[in-house]
Each structure stands twice: as structure tokens, then as C-alpha cells.
Design a protein around this ligand. Structure first.
Ligand code: SF4
Length: 343
């Protein structure tokens, strides 16, 4: 049986472990320092811990850091890393370099249960939650780890469907005793699970991105089954209850489907539901997936849609598509596809 893993534990959890093993209280801070600042790969390498402490810890724990098992590189420099997760499953993370910005798009679940019509991960179905350690390991274990400027929780899975582990990972990522990242460099995306979204807003300071895709309920229901549980109005009304301050950003992700959500009525509908919310809209090119009738809106129409929204006072941009050739672009992550490549 595998020992319990230290990587992914919060300072409070480490304090608990130290207490249970009758080790001095300050050992918890030392372990956190080794795990998150000094990037220790083994308990033995934590040399300022007493020999007794290292021995006791090694009997019951291991660090639990895991290197990627496969990498694919796109012609545009995007890289897709495949990581083993527990239960012999796999997840993907996409590294996206762009001028001074080096972003890693990380996964929060193996697969996803939300069934959005346009998404490969949704087609894969849900296999497992990731632990905070598995979420953070994607950031820690790629060769470009120390160059990263931004992290987005927009890979496989719905982050707020794994709220406990996602909040824990954010705590470790942003605390002084952890990685010490500014929450302003982190963006968490959700389809709008309202109770978990409240917790995220209240317990973290990271930016929030909402997958919107259409302002109209019936249409959204067809694209995203979650609309039947939490309507987009409910999501937006919830956002209105909070003061995000000037530093914290809300953005809306809008994948564009030809003839479906790219009309003047959609511009009008978006302007109406987002009235008074300080936000931006990111328009995203749809990357066709197998067995789907959906097609992407042509670039010219996307530009028109973008201009219309900007003219109405909603800051809107078209997000550059990256890593299409290696299935790393938005909506294309799926460990099944990658693993099948090997067959
Ligand atoms: Fe899940 Fe996000 Fe894909 Fe929807 S878009 S199925 S929430 S991973």
C-alpha cells in the first residue's frame, strides 16, 4: 500500500501530522518550506529536519511529486503534458507561452460529469476527483515550472465540482508558507455552480471566469445541462451580491458556434444580462469535436460580434487559439484521445 502523501497538505494539515508524531511544532513550517519553496523530492532531502523526524515521517509518508509521463509540442510552442493521477488514471495540463506571459492551464478532475455539448472532456465522462496535491503537481512538475507567470483552472473538469481540493490548492499556491503566488495571477473557471461559487468568492481572491456561451436559457440548456439547475440569471444575480474590488476580475467565456450564438439578438441579450457588471467577455473559437453538429463561427463574424459588444461598452476580446494541432486548445483536453494515440 502506498504511504500517505505530504505534497498537497496545507500548513494546518502538516501541523496535525507533526503533532500526531510528537515532533516539535516548528517542523510543520519546515516541511512546508521543503515541499513548496525548496521543491524537495524526498523526505530524506529535508536536511534541516532532525534524523528522528525524517525517519518517523518516511515510515508513514512520501512526498508524492510526480513527473509528467508524456509531452506533446504544438507548432505554436504550446505543450501538452500528461500526468498520471491516482487509480491509474491520467490528466492533462497545457503550457501556453506568449511573449512575457507563460500560462499553465491545469485540470481539476479526471474527466467531467457536466456533459457540455461542445467539450471533449465532457464526452469522456467523469472518472475521479483530483487531490490538491495532484492539482498542484501539474504546476510544480513541468520543466517550465519556475517560468510560469499565470495559472488558469480551465483544463479537464469543473473546478467548483471539486471545491474542497481546489480551495486547498489555492491556499497552498497563494500562502506565504506555500508558493506565495499573487491570487491575481490565477484564474478559476466555472460553468456556474452557485453554492460552490459563493464559497470560492468568499474563501479565495483569485479571478473568476464564467462559461456563459449564450444569454438565452433554452439555448444554454441545450449546450450546458447545468442551466437546468443553476440558470445564468441566478449566476449573474449571485455575482451582483459581491463587491469584487478593482483588483479582482470577472470574465465571461463565450465559445462561438456558427448560426447559434453569434447573432444581433445575442449581442442584445448579453448587453441586457451583463448590465452594470464590471467584466470582460472573451470570445473563443470553437474547435470541432467528433460526432458533433456544432461548427465554429467564422473569424469575420467573431470580429463583428466583438466590435458590437465593445461598442455597447462591454470590454470584449477574441482569445487567440493555441495548440489546436495537439488537441490542447479550449475544449479539446481528453486523456482518452491522447492515450489512444499510443495504440
Ligand atoms: Fe466539464 Fe468544463 Fe467540459 Fe463542461 S466545458 S464538460 S464543465 S470540462
Amino acid at each position: 500500500m502506498q504511504n500517505e502523501l505530504l505534497y498537497g497538505k496545507t500548513l494546518n494539515e502538516l501541523k496535525e501530522i507533526v503533532k500526531q508524531h510528537n515532533l516539535p511544532g516548528f517542523t510543520a513550517g519546515q516541511i512546508a518550506d521543503w515541499l513548496y519553496k525548496k521543491r524537495a523530492e524526498s523526505i530524506d532531502s529535508m536536511t534541516n529536519l532532525s534524523k528522528k523526524a525524517r525517519q518517523l515521517l518516511s515510515e508513514n509518508f512520501e512526498t508524492g511529486v510526480t513527473l509528467p509521463s508524456k509531452v506533446q509540442e504544438s507548432v505554436d510552442g504550446t505543450k501538452k503534458y500528461l500526468f498520471p493521477a491516482h487509480k491509474h488514471l491520467f490528466i492533462e495540463a497545457a503550457y501556453i507561452p506568449e511573449d512575457n506571459r507563460k500560462t499553465l492551464c491545469i485540470s481539476s478532475q479526471v474527466g467531467c460529469k457536466m456533459g457540455c455539448l461542445f467539450c471533449m472532456t465532457g464526452k469522456q465522462g467523469f472518472q475521479s476527483q483530483l487531490t490538491a496535491g495532484e492539482i498542484l503537481n501539474q504546476i510544480r512538475s513541468i520543466p517550465e515550472s519556475e517560468e510560469l507567470t499565470n495559472v488558469v483552472y480551465m483544463g479537464m473538469g469543473e473546478p467548483l465540482d471539486n471545491i474542497e481540493e481546489v480551495l486547498k490548492s489555492l491556499d497552498i499556491l497563494t500562502s506565504d508558507w506555500g508558493y506565495g503566488w499573487s491570487p491575481r495571477r490565477i484564474n478559476v473557471s466555472t460553468i456556474g455552480i452557485v453554492p460552490a461559487m459563493r464559497r470560492f468568492i468568499e474563501e479565495s481572491e483569485a479571478h473568476l471566469a464564467i462559461s456563459l456561451h449564450t444569454p438565452f436559457n433554452e439555448e444554454r440548456q441545450k449546450l450546458m445541462p447545468i442551466e437546468q439547475v443553476y440558470s445564468i440569471e441566478q449566476v449573474i444575480e449571485t455575482l451582483r451580491e459581491y463587491d469584487f474590488g478593482r483588483q479582482r476580475r470577472i470574465s465571461f467565456e463565450y465559445i462561438m458556434f456558427e448560426g447559434i450564438n453569434d447573432t444581433p439578438a445575442h449581442v442584445k441579450g448579453l448587453t441586457k444580462i451583463l448590465n452594470g457588471i464590471r467584466c470582460r467577455i472573451n470570445l473563443i473559437k470553437f474547435h470541432p469535436i467528433p460526432d458533433s453538429p456544432l461548427r465554429g463561427t467564422p473569424h469575420k463574424t467573431m470580429q463583428w460580434f466583438c466590435d458590437q459588444l465593445n461598442n455597447k461598452g462591454i470590454t470584449t476580446t477574441i482569445r487567440r487559439s493555441r495548440g489546436e494541432d495537439i488537441y490542447a486548445a479550449c475544449g479539446l483536453l481528453s486523456t482518452k484521445a491522447l492515450l489512444n494515440d499510443d495504440k
